[in-house]
Design a protein around this ligand. Structure first.
Ligand SMILES: Cc1ncc(COP(=O)(O)O)c(C=O)c1O
Length: 374
């Protein structure tokens, strides 16, 4: 039997056809017709005028922070419960991440803590330069509350929707909610270009400026002329071709992941001591990964026991993100709360959720978990 991965790429004939078409056209460069078309198609899908295809989600976050005006010495709010890239980009620009705890009802950044901390800092005259939200495991943060608080204090909100393409908040697409939004097309995401990312915004001038910085800040003259320090961050035309094929199947992939989540819930919801990541009433996740919390006292085994039992069957599962305030590299970062995220990490497990996962593999996972339940 082949190994069951957590979230492997799901690519097919259309991606292959488009990739070969790009190859045969000899547009083997970080520009070309597939890049332009991929940007247009993602922008249409998200309902924003501007999109910029980039080499990674991390590159997109990095450029977004620069364009939102974050400077060395600034503070930037970041949820502590996320993949480390969300905070690393803050460090890249010489700013300092301030790590904010999760709301236990959604696992995303706690809007009450954000509001309270902004109020305290407004009084002290040390507001952060930006708030970065993360649509965790494909579930949007609570934007009505977060956006109104950020507007009140005039702090821009950057939406890290790396995991959330295809999700929505009250019908509004993930990625479109802040001053700018970011997607990742890394190999484990709901759609992939092997590696890649996209910056989207309703502010077209922000996208134009990001485009300029992403191509080494080259001036539009025939010789190489530079007035600013730029980056080499564009997506290759070959990979954009793969992304276009993947985008065609996005709805299908979201439906598959939703069905996987439903099957896990049907089989496991009644087990004592096992809880699913809560689904907020305000939106629809893309169910990128199905995650559970395991309380060892009530369940009779730990999440790590489940992980090891699945690994013995060559099935990959993984602990939920280790909060950044518990990461040695960010040990000195200021933290607002942290106990909620720490407890999610202590009990959390991400179950295999790939869009090609079949019923037999799903049943092997659920049977293994049921057999461990005490
Ligand atoms: C929340 C989050 N932010 C940022 C990233 C970075 O994206 P990339 O790997 O494309 O640089 C990822 C995933 O990889 C992520 O999960």
């Amino acid at each position: 039997m082949t190994r069951v991965y957590l979230s492997p790429p799901d690519v097919g004939d259309e991606e292959r056809r488009l990739l070969l078409e790009a190859f045969d056209s000899n547009w083997i460069a970080p520009l070309g017709p597939h890049v332009d078309a991929f940007e247009k198609e993602v922008a249409e899908r998200i309902g924003v005028p501007g999109a910029l295809a980039l080499s990674s989600g991390t590159a997109a976050l990095h450029l977004a922070l620069i364009l939102l005006g974050v400077e060395p010495g600034d503070d930037v709010f970041v949820p502590t419960q996320t993949f480390i890239a969300t905070a690393n980009v803050v460090t890249y620009v010489g700013a300092r991440p301030v790590l904010v705890d999760s709301d236990p009802g959604t696992w995303t950044i706690d809007p009450v803590l954000v509001a309270d901390e902004l109020e305290v800092r407004a009084r002290q005259g040390r507001l952060p330069a930006a708030v970065v939200t993360v649509d965790l495991y494909g579930q949007c943060a609570d934007y009505d509350r977060l956006l109104s608080t950020c507007a009140e204090f005039e702090v821009p909100l950057l939406e890290d929707a790396a995991e959330a393409l295809g999700a929505n908040y009250g019908g509004r697409p993930a990625g479109s909610l802040g001053a700018a939004g970011v997607f990742s097309f890394n190999g484990n995401k709901i759609i992939t270009t092997s590696g890649g990312g996209m910056l989207v915004s309703s502010d077209e001038s922000l996208i134009d400026r990001a485009r300029y910085l992403s191509t080494q800040a080259r001036e539009p003259v025939v010789h190489y002329e530079h007035l600013a320090v730029g980056f080499n961050y564009r997506l290759s035309n070959l990979l954009a071709a793969v992304g276009r094929g993947q985008l065609l199947g996005l709805d299908d992939r979201v439906a598959r992941r939703r069905a996987i989540n439903a099957r896990y819930r049907a089989a496991l919801s009644e087990l004592p001591g096992l809880e699913f990541m809560p689904v907020a009433s305000y939106g629809e996740p893309n169910y990128w990964l199905t995650c559970v919390l395991v309380d060892p006292d009530r369940f009779g085994a730990t999440g790590e026991d489940i992980r090891i039992a699945l690994e013995a069957l060559d099935i990959e599962s993984r602990p939920t993100w280790k909060p950044l305030h518990l990461q040695p590299v960010y040990a000195g970062a200021p933290t607002v709360g942290g106990a909620v995220a720490a407890s999610i990490f202590e009990k959390g497990l991400c179950l295999p959720s790939g869009s090609r996962m079949g019923v037999a593999d799903l049943d092997r996972v659920t049977e293994t978990i049921c057999a461990l339940a005490g």
